[in-house]
Write a protein that binds this ligand. Structure first.
Ligand code: SF4
Ligand code: SF4
Length: 60
C-alpha cells in the first residue's frame, strides 16, 4: 500500500487521524493534517479514521 494523501480542502482539522496513526506520522500544519512520509508505515489506519473522507490511497 502506498503512502496515503490528505486533501487539505476536505480536512476539517478534527485530528482523528493523529489519534489513530500508530507511528504518529501525522501532524497538524496550519490546521490541516499532514503525513510525515518518512514515518508512515503505510498501514491505512488513517484512511478509515477520517470522518471527512479526506485521506485516500493514491491510485498507481
Ligand atoms: S498509513 Fe498508517 S502510518 Fe501512514 S499516516 Fe496513515 S495511519 Fe499513519
Ligand atoms: S481525520 Fe481527516 S478531517 Fe480529521 S484531521 Fe485527519 S485528515 Fe483532517
Amino acid at each position: 500500500m502506498p503512502i496515503p494523501i490528505i486533501d487539505p480542502e476536505k480536512c476539517s482539522g478534527c485530528e482523528e487521524c493523529l489519534e489513530e496513526c500508530p507511528p504518529q506520522a501525522i501532524e497538524m500544519k496550519d490546521d490541516v493534517a499532514v503525513i510525515i512520509e518518512k514515518l508512515c508505515e503505510e498501514c491505512g489506519e488513517c484512511v478509515d479514521a477520517c470522518p471527512e473522507g479526506a485521506i485516500t490511497i493514491p491510485e498507481k
